[in-house]
Design a protein. Structure first.
Length: 184
């Protein structure tokens, strides 16, 4: 599974390049049509060639980046996948209730996080030590709220609520409670 930080960096670069290409096309077009004299016309062949190129680039970006999304293949094939480990987590009164003090996972294990809420809508997010997010989901009372994730390298993670649930929601942080260890 591709690390979500790698995906974010790649998409930032690709879409920045794409946006710059679009802006340059608009500037060029604006310059050509506002310039005085006979050269103020834009060749329709050249203009539509650039537009076609941008369309091909945009569609290609979406197709290429779709396959880099870490959770896409797991979601598409979820019926055939079996979790190696499952954790049932409850949230109530702005507190997480974990099945153990520390959730220990081995590298390359597929883990199912089953999260329920007894009162409000909360968020369930897993964060790296640099505070970047690995994944998150919304936890709605009375609904199935689960996420299947495969951890591909060791690390220690923090659980946080990622949904506004009132002023107390900002304090919903469990530091370093998920530990991914190398296979033994």
């Amino acid at each position: 599974m591709v690390d979500s930080q790698v995906v974010l960096n790649g998409q930032t670069f690709a879409y920045t390049f794409y946006a710059i290409a679009i802006i340059l096309l608009m500037l060029w077009f604006g310059y050509k049509v506002t310039k005085s004299g006979k050269t103020n016309q834009v060749s329709s062949t050249l203009f539509y060639s650039f537009v076609a190129l941008l369309i091909v680039m945009g569609v290609s970006l979406h197709i290429v980046t779709y396959h880099t999304i870490p959770w896409a293949s797991m979601d598409l094939n979820r019926k055939e996948l079996k979790a190696d480990k499952a954790f049932d987590i409850n949230i109530q009164d702005h507190k997480f209730f974990l099945p153990a003090e520390k959730l220990v996972i081995q590298v390359d294990d597929k883990v199912m996080f089953n999260v329920t809420s007894s009162d409000l809508t909360y968020g369930f997010g897993l964060f790296r030590s640099d505070h970047s997010m690995v994944f998150q989901m919304q936890v709605i009372p009375g609904h199935l709220n689960d996420i299947l994730w495969k951890f591909d390298k060791p690390g220690v993670y923090t659980i946080r609520s990622t949904e506004y649930s009132g002023p107390k929601g900002a304090q919903m942080i469990l530091k370093d409670v998920v530990e991914v260890v190398a296979k033994q």
